[in-house]
Write a protein that binds this ligand. Structure first.
Ligand code: F6R
Length: 596
């Protein structure tokens, strides 16, 4: 995830910035850079680790500057795409976290007005736009430029000959550190802790001017805002986790943001996305491992429902053994890391078989991005906890977008339907937030599993793979044996394992599977297993068969795999916590599996 730092004071700014950037390294990055105000703007940036930037950095005197670590999203990891970016006259420089949704039309119009661009990034439009509106007041120019922008951002801007740093934020974090005769800017308090524990949080839509002697904050209308200083007494490790006890919990709570970022980078122009082969897609395969495989299974239900295209989902590790005669116009590889050896091998095999390969991945520049024909990027940011959470829901929303594109192309979805789908996807983060707001009920439900040795998860239709994912999350971090089943399968064997010590988790949402789910749950309840039901707010009947009901916010049935997944992640987290497990680093597991 990109990191921003800024300094205005009396120390050597390059030292403070380098040091603060080091504290953001844990977030992951692929390039870094800084601009120091030193009579003129002196910019240095480099691909790779901070060591690479440090090795090219001359001795710079300036006492104001901004810096950035970049996690590539729009444009490959490279020196040219690294931040900061400068205006063509070298009078302004800027760093940015987030996504500028409408950067293509903005870029085209700025080019027609004479601006020269040197990167593939969405960010570069911002610096040219601010320069265009700059008539002697940087703060006014930033505010005016942001009126033209759609997207999310945290930015810090400096200009030559001035100690001021102008900052702004929308849906991306930014904090301001207050010192004596010096002030700081950062995307994350970890960057500031060495220098100050007094911070001011910038709110959505606000801007601020940071100088050595003052921090002035303004609301969206430009009126001055009084903001109280907050004292941070976190250790560095606590700060990295943003006050959460574990990275996994932090990442679960990041999902409204990571889903938004994944959606907005594609949604506007979804129908023109060039990721599919030109030949007709009569059938397709999805190949992946683990959690990504479960996302693929959800994708199958969604694509078949929306586009009427038959989808086979195969474990990437088994693909090589499947029939070679079955040519397929499209093979989708899902891998958050982009480095899973089995998925990479499956990608090569699919290419040998003449298929178009489309990779859904979270890491720009990863091996899969070099091997697949086309890429659909999830923009969840780096995931530190071994258990995948925010990358899973980002994969799901990518699959909704892919399903919409396939359905639009084969006319299963018309203009009106596509518009409605885009609207629904944009509002999906609100439903995820609604699940997070109910987290305490999942914490309480976790007690049911404290002593369990085994647990079962059941669902039907598109919620069946979600229950597989719920079981996978529980087993990997709580070490409880857990199985997911299509609810109809229980009576064909697994029912023999259910007893009063084996809890059952069932999704019983208000869709066409409700009645059948209720009878499957009743069969289990009759055998004395404790039943935890995930049911919607207005469902009174479910209380009769359940020991405990978790209330889910009502959402269109197509999207329940997302909201249910978040609830099951929270359940697994709290069960593991109840049992005192090492949640972020479960035994025997690695974040990226690079052996076949
Ligand atoms: C489980 C988990 C793993 C991964 C699997 C594939 O929480 O993270 O099951 O999903 O190892 O990894 P990627 O998606 O990187 O190919």
């Amino acid at each position: 995830m990109c990191g921003i730092v800024g300094y205005s004071g009396s120390r050597k700014a390059s030292d403070v910035i380098l040091d603060s950037l080091r504290r953001l390294e844990y977030r992951g990055y692929d390039s870094a850079g800084m601009v120091i105000v030193n009579g003129r703007l002196e910019m240095h940036k480099e691909k790779g680790e901070l060591k690479a930037l440090e090795s090219i950095l001359p001795d710079i005197e300036g006492i104001t500057g901004i810096g950035h670590t970049r996690w590539a999203t729009c444009g490959a990891p490279s020196r040219d795409n690294a931040h900061p970016f400068m205006s063509n006259d070298r009078s302004l420089a800027l760093v940015h976290n987030g996504i500028i949704e409408n950067y293509i039309p903005l870029r085209n119009s700025l080019i027609s007005e004479g601006a020269a661009f040197y990167s593939e990034t969405d960010t570069e439009v911002l610096v040219h736009l601010i320069r265009k509106y700059h008539q002697g007041d940087l703060h006014a120019a930033v505010r005016r430029a942001l009126e033209d922008v759609r997207g999310t951002y945290a930015i810090a801007v400096v200009e030559e000959h001035s100690p001021d740093i102008v900052v702004a934020r929308k849906e991306n974090p930014l904090v301001l550190g207050s010192g004596v005769g010096e002030n700081f800017v950062a995307s994350d308090v970890t960057a500031l802790l060495e220098y100050t524990s007094d911070v001011l949080y910038l709110m959505d839509g606000e801007t601020a001017i940071v100088t050595p002697g003052a921090i002035r904050i303004f609301d969206a209308g430009g009126a001055a805002v009084e903001r109280e200083v907050s004292k941070i007494d976190w250790s560095l490790e606590e700060a990295r986790k943003g006050g959460f006890e574990h990275y996994m919990l932090k990442e679960i709570y990041e999902q409204p943001h990571s889903i938004t970022e994944t959606i907005i980078s594609y949604i506007d122009d979804l129908e023109n996305l060039e990721i599919l082969p030109s030949r007709p897609i009569t059938g397709m395969k999805i190949l992946a491992c683990g959690t990504s495989y479960n996302a693929g299974l959800v994708g199958k239900y969604i694509i078949e429902e929306m586009a009427g295209i038959s989808v086979q989902v195969e474990l990437a590790s088994e693909f090589r053994y499947s029939t070679k005669t079955n040519q397929c116009p499209l093979v989708v590889l899902i891998t958050q890391s982009g480095e899973t050896a089995d998925t990479l091998a499956a990608c090569r095999e699919a290419k040998l078989r003449g298929c178009h390969t489309l990779a859904i991945t979270n890491v720009v520049g990863s091996s899969i991005t070099r091997e697949a024909d086309t890429i659909l990027l999830t923009r969840a940011g780096p995931e530190i906890s071994v258990a995948a959470t925010k990358t899973y829901t980002a994969q799901l929303v990518s699959l909704y977008m892919l399903a919409s594109l396939l359905a639009y192309n084969n006319r299963s979805l018309g203009e009106e339907g596509l518009r409605a789908m885009k609207k629904d996807l944009r509002s999906l983060p609100n439903y995820v937030s609604a699940v997070l707001d109910r987290a305490s009920s999942l914490r309480d439900a976790a007690k049911m599993f404290k002593e369990a040795r085994s647990a079962f998860f059941i669902g039907r239709n598109r919620n069946f793979p979600t229950m597989l994912e719920g079981a996978l999350k529980l087993k990997e971090i709580s070490y409880i044996h857990a199985e997911g089943y299509a609810a109809g399968e229980l009576k064909h064997g697994p029912l023999a394992l259910l007893d009063e010590k084996t809890p059952l988790v069932a999704s019983c949402l208000n869709d066409h599977t409700y009645d059948k789910m209720m009878s499957n749950v009743s069969e289990v309840a009759a055998r004395g297993s404790p039943v935890l039901l995930l049911a919607e707010d207005d469902d009174a009947d479910c209380e009769t068969v359940a020991d405990l009901v978790i209330r889910m916010p009502p959402v269109k049935p197509l999207f329940t795999p997302v909201t249910l997944a978040v609830a099951l992640q929270l359940l697994a987290y709290h069960v593991a916590k109840e049992r005192g497990m090492p949640i972020d680093k479960p035994r025997n597991l690695a974040k990226s599996v690079t052996v076949e």
